[in-house]
Design a protein around this ligand. Structure first.
Ligand code: SF4
Length: 665
């Protein structure tokens, strides 16, 4: 038996360092090690079970071509040569007949490493003149707000949480996603810190909170603005900090002025005293920090809500002290570019927002999408408007390639399936976005089946489509070298650290001391003009709840401990239940474990129900990332999500789904 060290690049903030035990060429055990100090020697249960997926029945082992109807999952194994020639020939033919824009490559964070996205893949699709992708299914509104206010300034590290006196967990559930924050939270609480949790559900973290504010989904904006207004009116504003470090204070204050405690409480479905208690605690406690998550962004007000939340530490003067400020995404700690690795320029072709995949496949006509190339994602499980996406994938005239390690819901609709190497079978370079780390991952086993890396496959497709050019980076080492060239300190740091590095400003930055806003004037912009112009109603303008008498319940679909979005969904056994408050169930004559129908104008999900007072009345919950096998009718929460966009970033409004629920019979 041998033990190897590598890093987990999956789409999770923690970015664990891993110890992998290998026996007879097979992974037998995966554990966390302490190369990344944040990992603390343990990892999540889902990655500990990764060997079940690596060698399980859903693993794609060979290239294959469809042999049955679309969606049937019937394939015949073929050689790599046949699969690649089929793909290259078809893509070239589609480009020549319909134009490059008829090809749509869709990818997201399924791999989440630098080497496997926007490098050789971009070279292929850019040179083909394919449609560009806007990756907006997650973190688009938070990203726009963070860029607009702070230019994506890195945030407080996990290691600094124990010294905070007040921690606000807002729209995040670290006990399920980002588990390595939990010991630091426990340490802080044991040392006397106050914990405030803002979440419509009483999660494990909320159960530990001194103050749990179960506001209605989509009302974080009025809640945050009411806090801001209270601070302005109650000596809670650090005027000196604002004079030195902020712009847009008056415009922001004007927006906040509209939100009295009473008005905000009415919108949020809580009592005004709760908002005031939180505001007072926030004003009076230091160091205070806010962990802003991604749970609050997926609604019509998501971008403005995140902006208003991020404004609070500036208003209240919570920066310039260790353990004070905020944490959102720390990915900007490593601002590297993959453009040199791609060795190509993005074409001047149309851009299709991935949240519009359903329309792109069923409505777009200029030109229609004739080829869909799916990699690093599972869009049938993860995109909004699932029924439209499904109808699109069923099109007989759509040529679909799915390049994945596992036979996902989307892969069942493929014309050609290609087996992708997992991160345990290849090199990777990845960064954390909670942890501030950069790590190099190494292959710890030989390839399972005939799997290949993204670079190998796209390099070969570039060659077979006749698009290769002299000087193209050829090897993964050259790709990594080209990426590190865009940030030479990163290359030096990762060599020095033997595959692990902290950013140049250190592992525990103090905001406004070690790191500053990356805005043009290094100030926080509390009312960025560009965001105000982008938001259809104007920045910080609240759009009311979309519930109707026909569809009165708010459906939320939060991430859970069981999957990373839909990644490793095959390890979730059996069906998954809808969570519902007894007060909503009783008038509908629904009891625990009943089979229910959850529906709206977009679709219908049939599943069991669990009654629980951990969720606020008026809200029901079906987890994010389910596969079709997890419900009775093969549909998931995405079948109920609207096609509307968030106010900033054109993100998906998953949590604006409004539904009704009834017994299935
Ligand atoms: S998914 Fe997250 S917690 Fe699990 S091993 Fe990877 S980085 Fe660690």
């Amino acid at each position: 038996m041998t033990t190897h060290t590598t890093a987990c690049p999956l789409d999770c903030p923690d970015h664990c360092s891993l110890s992998i035990e290998v026996e007879d060429g097979r992974v037998t055990e995966i554990e966390g090690n302490e190369v990344n100090p944040v990992t603390k020697g343990y990892i999540c249960a889902k990655v500990r079970r990764l060997p079940d997926a690596l060698y399980g029945p859903d693993r794609v082992l060979t290239p294959a071509i469809r042999s049955g109807p679309k969606g049937s999952g019937q394939f015949r194994a073929v050689s790599w040569d046949e699969a690649l020639d089929t793909i290259a020939g078809t893509l070239v033919q589609i480009r020549d007949v319909h134009g490059g824009e008829a090809i749509y490559p869709i990818s997201y964070g399924g791999s989440n490493g630098f080497l496997s996205q926007d490098t050789t893949d971009a070279r292929l699709f850019w040179r083909l003149g394919a449609s560009n992708i806007k990756r907006a299914v997650c973190s688009a509104p938070t990203g726009r707000a963070a860029v607009g206010l702070y230019g994506k300034m890195p945030g407080v590290s996990y290691e600094d949480y124990p010294n905070a006196r007040l921690i606000v967990i807002w729209g995040a559930n670290p006990a399920a996603t980002g588990i390595h924050l939990m010991p630091y939270l426990q340490e802080a609480i044991a040392a006397g810190a106050k914990l405030v949790v803002i979440d419509p559900r009483r999660t494990k973290v909320a159960a530990k909170a001194h103050l749990h504010l179960a506001i209605h989904p989509g009302t974080d904006l009025p809640f945050a603005l009411a806090i801001a207004r209270w601070l302005f009116h109650n000596q809670g504003v650090d005027q000196q900090f604002l004079n030195e470090h902020a712009t847009g204070v008056d415009a922001f204050r004007e927006c906040a002025e509209l939100w009295t405690l009473e008005r905000a409480a009415d919108a949020c479905g809580i009592v005004p005293e709760s908002i005031e208690s939180f505001a007072r605690l926030y004003r009076d406690t230091s160091p205070a920090l806010i962990r802003c998550g991604w749970g609050l962004e997926g609604n019509r007000n998501g971008g403005s809500a995140v902006a208003a939340i991020l404004a609070l530490p500036a208003l209240a003067g919570k920066f310039k002290i260790q353990s004070g400020g905020y944490t959102l995404s720390n990915s900007a700690s490593w601002p590297m570019s993959t453009v040199l690795a791609a060795a190509a320029e993005p074409p001047n072709t149309r851009t299709i927002n991935m949240n519009r995949l359903g329309d792109a496949l069923t409505v777009y006509n200029d030109p229609p999408v004739h080829a869909l190339f799916v990699y690093n994602c599972n869009p049938l499980a993860t995109m909004p408007e699932q029924e439209k996406v499904r109808r699109g994938l069923e099109r007989e005239d759509l040529f679909t390639v799915v390049f994945d390690s596992f036979l996902t819901d989307t892969a069942l609709f493929a014309d050609v399936v290609l087996p992708a190497a997992t991160f345990l079978e290849r090199h990777e370079l990845s960064r954390g976005y909670g942890s501030l780390s950069l790590q190099r991952g190494m292959p710890v086993i030989d390839r399972v089946g005939q799997s290949r890396t993204n670079h190998e496959v796209f390099l070969e497709l570039v060659r077979r489509t006749g698009l290769a050019k002299p000087g193209d980076p050829q090897t993964e080492a050259e790709i990594e070298g080209a990426i590190l060239k865009s940030m030479p300190e990163a290359g030096e740091a990762i060599e020095r650290g033997n595959g692990f590095a902290h950013p140049p400003f250190g592992a525990r930055p103090v905001q406004f001391v070690d790191v500053f806003p990356r805005t043009s004037d290094r100030k926080v912009h509390l009312f960025p003009e560009e965001l105000d112009q982008e938001a259809a109603r104007g920045l910080y303008d609240y759009a009311p709840d979309p519930a109707t008498t026909r569809f009165p319940l708010a459906l939320i679909s939060p991430a859970t401990h069981r999957t990373i979005t839909s990644t490793l969904g095959q390890l979730v056994r059996g069906h998954v239940a809808l969570e519902m408050h007894p007060a909503d169930a009783e008038p509908r004559r629904i009891r625990t474990n009943d089979l229910v129908r959850v529906w709206n104008a977009s679709g219908e999900v049939m599943c069991r129900v669990t009654l629980s007072d951990s969720i606020r009345p008026g809200v029901v919950c079906l987890p994010k990332g389910l596969w079709s096998r997890h419900t009775q009718n093969g549909r998931t929460a995405n079948a109920l999500s609207p096609g509307t966009f968030t106010d900033l970033g054109d993100g998906a409004c998953f949590n604006d789904a409004r539904v009704d629920v009834a017994p299935a019979n």
